[in-house]
Design a protein around this ligand. Sequence first.
Ligand SMILES: NC(=O)CC[C@H](N)C(=O)O
Length: 220
Amino acid sequence: MKSAVIVFPGSNCDRDMAVALEKITGQKPLMVWHQEYDFDKVDFIALPGGFSYGDYLRCGAMSARSHIMKEVIKRAEAGVPTFGVCNGFQILTETGLLPGALMRNAGLHFVCKDVKMTVENADTMFTSAYAAGEEITIPVAHHDGNYFADTETLDRLEGEGQVAFKYNEDINGAQRRIAGITNAKGNVLGMMPHPERMIEPALGGSDGRKLFESVMNRLG
Ligand SMILES: NC(=O)CC[C@H](N)C(=O)O
């Protein structure tokens, strides 16, 4: 599985993502700088966490309008599996590839800890290696993780199985404790927790591993 990791000024989880992808897929990902217009054909695109453009305006707002995102949007709309973690999730909502918005945490504090969450839908290309309802522990580190969407959108997301993960407890005020969602087609996933930081016991656990394995199983 050949992957690309998109790098913006202020990304700080790009190397964590690259290490996880290389360890799990056995192939070094392409690191793509935001000023590029195009990049080689890949099977998987990752938008890593961080503080792109210093989180100015709104988290992810400036990255969403960068050169490279035009190409990412084109490929995601054509069906390429696209995965945004934390700041990557914020970028995906800012582009409109995913619905809703990530607002300031309800407690107005940066939240940095391991959280328990539940796999709400194990029937997606990103979650199929998990069991439905499986409880997993994954770290979060964000100040804008408070997922918001209007009631109609939330009902649709839940009704269509687009809620991939929910926190077991309220950690940031997110509506319906939503931690990660997919688009309607199922090839775009955004989530606030960082599975790339939980891929082996030396990191405190391996619960993030199955996410990458799910995609690998699907792509063959
Ligand atoms: N770890 C991250 O990606 C941080 C995301 C974002 N800048 C926030 O703090 O909300």
